[in-house]
Ligand binder design. Structure first.
Ligand SMILES: Cc1cc2nc3c(=O)[nH]c(=O)nc-3n(C[C@H](O)[C@H](O)[C@H](O)COP(=O)(O)OP(=O)(O)OC[C@H]3O[C@@H](n4cnc5c(N)ncnc54)[C@H](O)[C@@H]3O)c2cc1C
Ligand SMILES: Cc1ncc(C[n+]2csc(CCOP(=O)(O)OP(=O)(O)O)c2C)c(N)n1
Ligand SMILES: [Mg+2]
Length: 575
């Protein structure tokens, strides 16, 4: 058998395990690996311009496919650049393997050129992070890393010195050849009986459903129907919960709907299903709270919990259902749905092309994109106001997907996530809702769209500011400072780098431009000048009135209409 080196073995093991590609930027300590990729032709090397992009892109691929995705950085600064993207992947619990190349093994500990200590640097954003210091460790360390990323859902890092990668492999083949285990996890009978007793005794149950409801739509709807329970979703649950859902009353939280907030606050029992919704202020204080999560350690993190069960949502609800007779009293559900209809109508009224000063409402942009995008489009939204518009105006339908940096909350996520989405789903329409601040932060990877021939559609919400931060400053009673952005014409900039560009400054132009932009076969950018001051303090609500009661609540409702704000304050804080 021909000699195989460690790098070749690494590529083979990854390919056998189902990895399709590696995102990264090459560099000397990675040369063994990139050369093995080139020679073996089992993995695609996706060459981006910044390693942070590589990590975000891998995270997007992992989120969309549920499979292991891989990124790599060369030694020292090369892999250090991965770190923010890896934090995002880890906190979003998507299975990503990072290869952190290391300086030559004989130099370790000498403060050598580009020497860092990946085992320390990545410890906080990974479940597993180990150095391969001799060929005998391969492929075992790599396999443990992959198993850990997949089974614990998150990041694993393998640090590999460039010289070790080029040494002869000792073991010659992958050791683990089995599909990813997919156990069903069900609480015990006693626990299910206890849960059923609480729910059967409750008069007003509300469900808070999160990303853990993925794949359990049918069961979720059945339980809500039996309990006559409105379903509120947390942001990461939006793509799995909101569609085909007659019990949907919107999102809660800082960017939520007043109806989501109300349904949570007015219930006597809150059933949390697969959610880690982080904002304590938005949980009811007096209700009985029951929580189902696949991870025991998640239970009771955000609020007091009266009963916590470890189980996957699908299996747990299927086992619970026969214990629940259908309720007949649907007053709480009807109230919540009515409230939702009003809140929804209010938000829809903001999303029009009518405006006194011909300013384009960003809500209108989001609505038009929502209406014109493909049935199975993949959207990514930047942290900042694009997250608000995505939460409120993108309609999910079970086929569309939504990517964001929802847990880590990093700017500049949307373009790199769109890259990962498009590379892994070549036929799908991929739309990045980018902030002007966010796009600029990883602007270099606009070039990747051209170089990799990725037909990503980038919409820039050009408000010439860090608008989300301006809003925060306003709420905190601070004067705006350091939020101004002096922007170029992004459409022209796109054209210069070989991407089709559109610029829209007037409401009347928007729809036709979006149609042409989405229909363009290659990469395209749409620069829309949107109203910067969209999220304003309603004039007749005193800041002190709200801030004195709950600052977070104030933030939560600022994005809504003044009517919603007053209603929310009156019904929830000033009662
Ligand atoms: C600018 C900004 C503003 C935001 N504002 C809001 C807001 O107003 N409202 C809002 O909701 N969010 C908001 N977010 C997002 C927020 O930070 C959280 O990321 C989000 O609320 C979490 O959603 P989740 O609970 O669905 O997902 P996660 O936090 O991912 O929690 C999922 C839970 O499900 C569990 N789980 C996974 N699989 C299963 C399974 N099969 N069975 C059972 N359990 C399972 C996991 O262990 C985990 O505990 C905002 C983010 C940004 C960036
Ligand atoms: C890496 C990073 N830096 C800073 C922040 C703080 N922050 C959150 S939103 C935001 C503004 C985003 O601006 P832009 O992309 O233009 O979106 P806008 O809110 O203006 O629509 C900032 C600076 C962050 N979340 N992440
Ligand atoms: Mg901006």
């Amino acid at each position: 058998m021909a000699k195989k080196n460690v790098a070749e073995l690494l590529v083979e093991v990854l390919a056998e395990a189902g990895a399709r590609r590696m995102y990264g930027v090459s560099g000397d300590s990675l040369n063994g690996i990139t050369d093995a990729i080139r020679a073996k032709n089992q993995l695609q090397w996706v060459h981006v311009r910044h390693e942070e992009t590589a990590a975000f892109a891998a995270g997007a691929e992992a989120h969309l496919t549920g499979r292991l995705a891989v990124c790599a950085g060369s030694c020292g600064p090369g892999n250090l650049h991965l770190i923010n993207g890896l934090y995002d992947c880890h906190r979003s619990r998507v299975p990503v393997l990072a290869i952190a190349a290391q300086v030559p093994s004989s130099e370790l500990g000498s403060g050598y050129f580009q020497e860092t200590r990946p085992e320390h640097l990545f410890a906080q954003c990974s479940h597993y992070c180990e150095l391969v210091s001799q060929p005998e460790q391969m492929p075992r360390v790599l396999e443990i890393a992959m198993q850990t990323a997949l089974s614990r859902r998150g990041v694993a890092v393998v640090a590999l010195p460039g010289d070790v990668a080029l040494r002869d492999a000792v073991e010659r083949a992958p050791r683990l050849r089995f599909p990813e285990p997919k156990p069903k996890v069900c609480p015990s009978d006693d626990e299910l009986t206890g849960l059923a007793e609480i729910l059967n005794a409750s008069k007003k149950t509300t469900i808070l459903a999160g990303a853990g409801c993925a794949g359990a739509h049918e069961e979720l709807i059945e339980i809500a129907s039996k309990l006559k329970a409105p379903i509120v979703h947390a942001m990461r649950g939006k793509e799995y919960v909101e569609y085909d859902n007659p019990f949907d009353v919107g999102m809660t939280g800082l960017l939520g709907f007043s109806s989501g907030y109300n349904a949570m606050m007015k219930c006597d029992t809150l059933l949390m299903l697969g959610t880690d919704f982080p904002y304590q202020q938005f949980y009811p204080e007096r209700a009985t709270i029951v929580q189902v999560d696949i991870r025991g350690e998640q239970i009771g993190r955000r609020t007091k919990v009266d009963l916590g069960l470890v189980g996957d949502v699908k299996t747990t609800l299927a086992a619970l259902s026969p214990r629940l007779p259908a309720k007949t009293d649907d007053a709480h559900l009807r109230d919540s749905l009515e409230h939702y209809r009003k809140a929804r109508r209010g938000l829809d009224e903001l999303a029009t092309g009518e405006s006194k000063r011909n300013l384009i409402h960003p809500q209108y942009v989001a609505r038009v994109v929502d209406e014109l995008a493909a049935r199975d489009a993949v959207f990514s939204c930047d942290v900042g106001t694009p997250t608000v518009w995505a939460a409120r105006y993108l309609t999910m339908n079970g086929e569309r997907r939504l990517l964001g940096s929802f847990t880590h909350g990093s700017m500049a996520n949307a373009l790199p996530q769109a890259i990962g989405a498009q590379v892994s789903h070549p036929g799908r329409q991929v739309v990045s809702l980018s902030g002007d601040g966010g796009l600029a932060m990883l602007l270099g990877d606009l070039l990747s769209l051209r170089q990799l021939q990725l037909p990503v559609k980038v919409i820039v919400f050009r408000n010439d500011s860090l608008a989300f931060v301006e809003l925060e400053m306003k709420v905190e009673g601070l004067l705006n400072a350091y939020t101004e952005l002096e922007n170029p014409d992004f459409a022209k900039l796109a054209e210069v780098v070989g991407i089709r560009g559109w610029r829209v400054e007037r409401n009347e132009e928007l729809e036709a431009s979006v149609i042409a932009f989405l229909a363009h076969p290659g990469p395209a950018l749409l620069d829309v000048r949107v109203n910067r001051m969209e999220l304003v303090m309603p004039p007749h609500v005193e800041a002190s009135q709200v801030i004195g009661t709950a600052l977070y609540s104030a933030k939560a409702i600022l994005g809504g209409r003044s009517g919603d704000v007053l209603e929310l304050i009156e019904s929830n804080f000033l009662e």
